[in-house]
Design a protein around this ligand. Structure first.
Ligand SMILES: [Zn+2]
Length: 191
């Protein structure tokens, strides 16, 4: 199983982006006034920083996807849509964008290398037990890293349980019974 590349990556560029944002806000021309040189400069810097963040994100996503594709013959991918339009914090938006880029890179690279890519409905992947199929009454809080099944008593790391649930849902054998490499799973919330 592979976790997503960490969204922390590119934090420095992200900080710069925020700084230029503020700079632009401070230098914003008043209504009817021509934009100052300082404003135009900040705008240029911001565009440059933005491009850098996007490029870094793409690069990380591609590197990670390559590793996953090399290690697995079959991959289950959560069929989620990052909620760009939802009212969310900048950090959340950045994380969503990173996951979207990673997912796209993984699907593209997987298909290119003839891998078996299966999209899986993402609902309840953190609530279902991979061992007995029982569904927990409540979603596991994000900070809780261990899944404990109240039905069969199985205790396993949260990500491992979710990944197994996804693989089974995708019709893949988590153990990789064909003697091949075990299948991989891409989980959204691992970020
Ligand atoms: Zn169970």
């Amino acid at each position: 199983m592979h976790d997503l590349p960490h969204a922390e990556h590119g934090k420095k560029a992200q900080t710069k982006l925020t700084r230029y944002d503020r700079m632009m806000a401070r230098r914003k021309p008043k209504k009817g006034q021509v934009a100052s040189k300082g404003y135009r400069e900040a705008k240029k810097w911001r565009a440059k920083a933005y491009k850098k963040v996007a490029r870094q994100r793409e690069d990380t996503g591609r590197k990670w996807a390559k590793k996953v594709v090399c290690d697995h013959d079959a991959i289950a991918v959560e069929d989620f849509r990052p909620k760009f339009l939802a009212k969310s914090t900048m950090a959340r938006k950045a994380a969503d964008a990173a996951i979207g880029a990673t997912k796209a890179a993984l699907i593209e690279m997987g298909r290119k290398h003839g891998r078996d890519i299966r999209l899986v409905h993402p609902a309840h992947t953190t609530m279902d037990c991979a061992h007995c199929d029982a569904r927990a009454k409540h979603a596991l809080p994000l900070g809780e890293r261990t899944y404990t099944c109240t039905a069969c008593g199985t205790v396993s790391p949260r990500d491992k349980n979710s990944a197994r649930v996804m693989l089974v849902r995708a019709g893949l054998n988590p153990a990789g019974a064909d003697g091949g490499r075990p299948p991989g799973a891409l989980l959204q919330e691992a970020a």
